[in-house]
Design a protein around this ligand. Sequence first.
Ligand SMILES: O=C(O)C(=O)C[C@@H](O)CO
Ligand SMILES: [Mg+2]
Length: 390
Amino acid sequence: MKITKVRARVFEWKGHTVTPTPHFCSNAMDELWDKGDSMGTFRFHGWTTVEIETDTGLVGLGNVALAPRIAKAIIDQYLAPLVIGQDPFDYEYLWQRMYRATHAWGRKGIGMAAISGVDIAIWDLMGKAVNQPVFKLLGGRTKEKIPCYASKLYRTDLKSMQQEAQSYLDQGFKAMKMRFGYGPKDGPDGMRENLRSVAAVREVIGEDIDLMLECYMGWNLEYAKRMLPRLERFQPRWLEEPVIADDIDGYAELNQLTSIPISGGEHEFTHYGFRQLLEKRAVSVIQYDTNRVGGITAARKINAIAESFSVPVIPHAGQMHNYHLTMSTLASPMSEFFPVHDVEIGNELFYYLFEGDPEPVNGFLDLDDDTPGLGLSLNERYFDQFTIIE
Ligand SMILES: O=C(O)C(=O)C[C@@H](O)CO
Ligand SMILES: [Mg+2]
């Protein structure tokens, strides 16, 4: 089989969106004096799709969620020529070809995200070619079903957060993740608000439900060191991305500070990046996202390294490219799941662009043994709500 064409398309959402309220989610812009619409940088209202065509007529589908127009340009200009004419089953060779050819600028960030989109499409193609789901190519079913946690609970008024938490309990979730709204610039009041929000959610869900806490890089080391001891009594399953992704020593320090496990990795890239995080004991939970980290080819290597460190991998965002990896490794005990709702931050945009994702039942997801590839296709129902760039 030979790759004949790589078609990268940008989908920019032009439909209805919900604007986040102030203090909706702490984030890396919060430390600046003029943060503007701080969550603006971290709203993802566009996507790049990657369709890889072959001389057999089979088409593999991959995707990239970051900086879509740039990802498309990288794929069109640099990556497509490297894979056209090649056999998709040479996935490791093709990954190295893309990684090494773009090494001067592509190792981390959008370069690697673009490689990820092509690599995911290649794995989808391989699954389709042998008529097997991708998780079967990766080692098969290591769990009957995938436990998943509901991930939303942005900071709004506490009553609404409590109602939202209750709705996840009603749907059978045994774990959920909430966001902090306040950080170092918000002083003692903000600190109190952060603690109040965790107390409010804990009050509804009790002690037996796992609660994950998300900072989204909106704190700094000093603030995190003051917050962590105050949060211990809530027994969170983990505290996520307390500081910016480059402060690896900060992660390591925080990870040893209290009984609260520190998680991170959704802004880290390739097995080289994760080796560093693991060797420094910087995180107790790894959260790569397959469509950023280097695709399935890199993610499976990270799973192997993480397994040897006994550090669980719970990928960022859920979604099919992550679910297949989670299903096929004991290193991954669980998946993230973004509930379907109106387009807000953009995490949920996935469901407007793709179809085939499993729906959780009582807090578990399952993958179909009989659907070849990743089981994802483009959802043309909403195409008229996107600007599509070919
Ligand atoms: O789900 C996460 O871990 C994220 O970081 C999502 C992001 O949109 C912040 O809420
Ligand atoms: Mg996160």
